[in-house]
Ligand binder design. Sequence first.
Ligand code: BGC
Length: 740
Amino acid sequence: MIRRISILLVVCIGLYAKTSAQKKTISQRVDSLLRLMTLEEKVGQLNQYSGRQVTGPVSQVKTNLLNDIKNGWVGSMLNVKGVKDTREIQEAALQSRLKIPLLFSLDVIHGYKTVFPIPLAEAASWDLEAMQQTAHIAAKEAAAAGIHWTFAPMVDVARDPRWGRVMEGAGEDTYLGSLIAAARVKGFQGKQLGNTDAIMACAKHFAAYGASMAGRDYNAVDLSDQALWETYLPPFKSAVDAGVATFMNSFNTLNGIPATGNAYLQRDILKGKWNYQGFVVSDWGSIGEMIPWGYAKDDADAAQKAMQAGSDMDMESRAYKGHLVKLVKEGKVAEALVDDAVRRILYKKFEMGLFDNPFKFSDYKREAKVLNDPKHKTVAREAGRKSIVLLKNEAELLPFTKSKSKIALIGPLVKAKRDLNGSWTVNADTNQIVSLYEGMKNKFGKKTELLYAQGAEVEGESRAGFDEAVKIANQSDVVVMALGETWDMSGEAKSKTNIHITGQQEALFKAVKATGKPVVVVLMAGRPLIFNEIVAKADAILYAWWLGDEAGNAIADVLSGDYNPSGKLPITFPRSEGQIPLSYNYYNTGRPIKDPENIIYKSAYIDSPNSPMYAFGYGLSYTSFNYSDITLSADKLNASDSVAVSFKLTNSGKYAGEEVVQLYIKDEVASVVRPMKELKDFKKVFLKAGESKTLNFTVSKEKLSFYNSKLEWVAEPGDFEIMIGTASDNIKFSKKITLQ
Ligand code: BGC
């Protein structure tokens, strides 16, 4: 045994020595290169150009851009993809004096060729391994097409569904969001940067973009230090700990200072306190946007402020290109700051292996093979079905166990394809998307007749299709309706004041429901929508978000019962826009509602309950789970102890299935008022019908800690409530423990 441990130790020391030697070599190589560089060449590395006009037919713009690249004025390109184009442009970069290769970057958000569910949908799976896997496949495909770097994951905590970008993140919770941030970073970056199945990840948007005022994109953010540290920063820290190669700053201000020019965020926190060694890219044009914000008087001023604040690379403002050399020569910006930024960028180019082989990721054979790997489709289908949330299932209408002779498929999204991929696709092929109609044909087509009527458009006032829809509903045993949003209704620059389901869709539902036939509504959208009539009257509701290429097959798997839904909402669904922002971890206030019949002078609305339509963590299954036999190893703990919480989970229903068991805590009395619940742990557990398992959680001081008013991370002695539940509003056990 001792011998085995010694061998292991020797191997570990060997590996450590090897990696630190490699690192040293990279640092030395970076320093030697930096010594050869003119100031102009250094600034050149800090510029990122979009490639939309560089690829394609010859034009003056293309010639000018290629000349800039040949002259060493560009460090990175975005929006160039594919082996052919990346090769052509890299060849231009290699004509520069120092032959420094370019970094090719792209928004590979939820897939490159194979499109997986949108990030918010995947978050509903609470399945970290699955999310790591889809990110890894996305990286593998992108890397095979010449890409070195993705602008993902977006790790902004987002609690306002008016903000269209909720679709790109992991939802409202800091704890879940932090774990997902790490999983996605690991997925994109694989085992090691430099491998040809890995690309650099980018934690964005630093910071607090998700708190944009009133859910309006590109807006100001005003946050307390508590909220910043406790809610918005942890997913970024988690990405740092997972080794994320780059950061992107953001369009918003934070307490009056644009994030792009914010030294507190980028220098003090990120590069200082967190000792982050990667580099920071600005968001698109965000250096220049400091002018309309009223924070910089012109491009030169903006360049100076951004560089001083720690923005290393300028995405498309061209402010560094135009002014940084002069600013350094005039002594307004220290050359050491430029050197530091260049060092960080060159380090990544070395780490990616681009100096050894600038075409490492641009290999025609690999591109053809990896982009056509059929296994990726299988993973997309699995990810799709895991992301679906069953919101309602009256009288166990689902799954369709008994064969139906006729199913009516009604709604504007039944045959939709492009919409199912959402707004962030970069290389997708609409032909490869499986619509709900096709998925239903694949699953039920042999035994069941499928009738179809569009009924209405997603937007617009026409009811001309209602009669046909009602007619086929009357002819069928059951109706499946596909309603929701088109791909361009959620995403960047898609903020809305009204998130009710649009057009005549709810009216169409009412007309179809009036036939008396059982109706399953499948909602496809990039954000939580409001659909109160459907909630009240549908027999079953599936929230299917935008599930990507395999959406139709994934939904059919759930309708048929081949997959038992296990998704849980990663974001609260409000009853009305007036409740927003609304999240599960609210405060009790000094005037909580005790009796819903008596709300006068309570912290209440006189026209709506405070509660959401569907709470964070909510989602049904075809089976039922029974929670019993909770035990705590102690009801008191010291700072160095922990309490073990165990209980029995039994699948008490008819189907095998997965449950996401959630652990919440509440600090009863603290020096800073604490939320009513905070998610601190969870487990996703598979149980066969009738099977039981004992589950264990550990509650330590760390889980009881928070930022006090001096921003110290502390756990204060006193009582805490430990809650175990199946949703944030469905707690099965609640126990008190005391920290001594
Ligand atoms: C978005 C970023 C994105 C960038 C590059 C910006 O408008 O905010 O998230 O990565 O464009 O496409």
